[in-house]
Design a protein around this ligand. Structure first.
Ligand code: PEP
Length: 255
């Protein structure tokens, strides 16, 4: 059985004191529960990582990062490297988020290099794919997602591919309050798993975790996670409140 993953993307929100308070509230809310069928992850802005690492001490919540560059060191002003993240025990990194693609112009090729670097450093990339509203409206969603997958995962072996996490995040659903219906999400996520099957084989397709992201909240998470190919959620806005995120973590999920 694939373990669910409920991941918080805090984006460019929170200063250290706020991040610590959010972690404390989450731990107070979730602390006494043990989840055997799911993992919980928070991805703060890079500068908050030391503070959040300290605040998470003793908790099972995983610390992740929102982005990284693929080189280990050098003249890359403003970037952070895999080894810098590893120094803080960060083994999970979001790669190819739509905001990186569309605001910062990240290409499929760059994202592919970042995925490769994550794997080479024994990290788990959470690889985001998803179509824009225009691509959705013109019926090109699947074509776009498959192209993004090839760019991101083209260098991976079958074993490597099975160990990553995918996140289907339709751009039109991110931060808009317009969630994909469970059926829409399941249809695309089934197609992503099918593409894994073709490209990397049945074993990889069965173990790869595919999250859904895009306006997930406490009210819609149960129906999304009731679908067999939805292995968890990548949550932006609703992860900034301890109550709402704790409720999402407790979502009823398909067995
Ligand atoms: C995200 O940033 O990955 C995201 C899904 O945001 P939101 O939940 O706000 O749509």
């Amino acid at each position: 059985m694939r373990k669910k993953l409920i991941a918080a993307n805090w984006k460019m929100h929170l200063v250290p004191g706020e991040a610590r308070a959010l972690v404390s509230a989450l731990i107070a809310d979730l602390g006494r529960e043990t989840f055997t069928d799911r993992e919980v992850l928070v991805a703060p802005a890079a500068i908050l990582i030391p503070e959040v690492k300290d605040a998470l001490r003793g908790s099972s919540i995983i610390l992740g990062a929102q982005n990284m560059f693929y080189e280990e060191k050098g003249a890359f002003t403003g970037e952070i490297s895999p080894t810098m993240l590893l120094a803080y025990d960060v083994y999970h990194v979001i790669v190819g988020h739509s905001e990186r693609r569309h605001i910062f112009g990240e290409s499929d090729e760059l994202i592919g290099r970042k995925v490769r670097a994550a794997i080479d450093h024994k990290m788990t990339p959470i690889v985001c794919v998803g179509e824009t509203q225009q691509e959705h409206d013109s019926g090109r969603a699947l074509e776009v997602v498959l192209r993004q997958m090839e760019g991101a995962l083209g260098s991976l072996t079958d074993d490597e591919a099975g160990g990553i996490v995918m996140a289907y995040e339709p751009v039109w659903a991110i931060g808009t309050g317009r969630t994909a219906t469970p059926e829409q999400a399941e249809s695309m996520q089934g197609a992503i798993r099918g593409a894994f099957n073709e490209r990397f084989g049945r074993a990889a397709a069965q173990i790869v975790r595919i999250l859904y992201g895009g306006s997930v909240n406490a009210d819609n998470v149960d129906s999304l996670l009731s679908k067999p190919d939805i292995d968890g959620a990548l949550v932006g806005t609703a992860s900034l409140g301890a109550d709402s995120f704790a409720r999402i973590v407790r979502a009823r999920a398909a067995k």
